[in-house]
Unconditional design. Structure first.
Length: 168
């Protein structure tokens, strides 16, 4: 059952799918419609999941589910993953950039491999104040409390800064 994301509790399960590029407005609109249709019928062991989606910056697909109604696990998460993979193919975008670092530079969302990000840090192009996206957060409350888009120094990404290597 599809609901507005702001109606879900903070402890809702969260998945963030970062796209390898920003979607066009037309693609973003189509993606939202497709995900809404999917979430309307998403089930966990034949029980409708209470879920919501949001697309931020036309690049981050956020899906949340209320565990108080029915907690997605196993097969239902696999099913959602298959649905997102089909969208990856449809839009020619990788939504599974787990090994990528997403950050802001000049007001734009950018993406780099971890080694590229370390290189940018050693060159001083990114630093402790650069905003990064922690796509590993797992609750809606973490997203709402600012734990998703934050300075490198306040995230696990800080380990990629040159100063962190000197400390280790």
């Amino acid at each position: 059952m599809l609901v507005p994301i702001d109606t879900l509790p903070d402890h809702s399960q969260l998945w963030i799918f970062p796209a390898s590029r920003a979607l066009t407005e037309a693609e973003a609109s189509e993606l939202r419609r497709t995900i809404d249709t999917y979430l309307t019928s998403w089930e966990v062991h034949h029980v409708p999941a209470e879920a919501a989606q949001e697309l931020r910056y036309n690049q981050f697909l956020i899906i949340a589910a209320n565990p108080d109604v029915t907690a997605p696990s196993g097969c239902s998460i696999d099913d959602m993953t298959r649905a997102i993979k089909s969208l990856s193919a449809k839009f020619g975008v990788d939504f599974f950039g787990a090994m990528k670092v997403f950050y802001r530079a000049d007001g734009e969302v950018r993406m780099a491999s971890r080694s590229e990000f370390k290189s940018l840090a050693s060159q001083g192009i990114v630093d402790a104040e650069t905003l990064v996206f922690d796509n590993s957060i797992t609750t809606l409350g973490a997203l709402r409390s600012g734990q998703w888009e934050l300075p490198v120094a306040a995230s696990w990404h800080a380990t990629m800064l040159p100063e962190a290597a000197a400390v280790q």
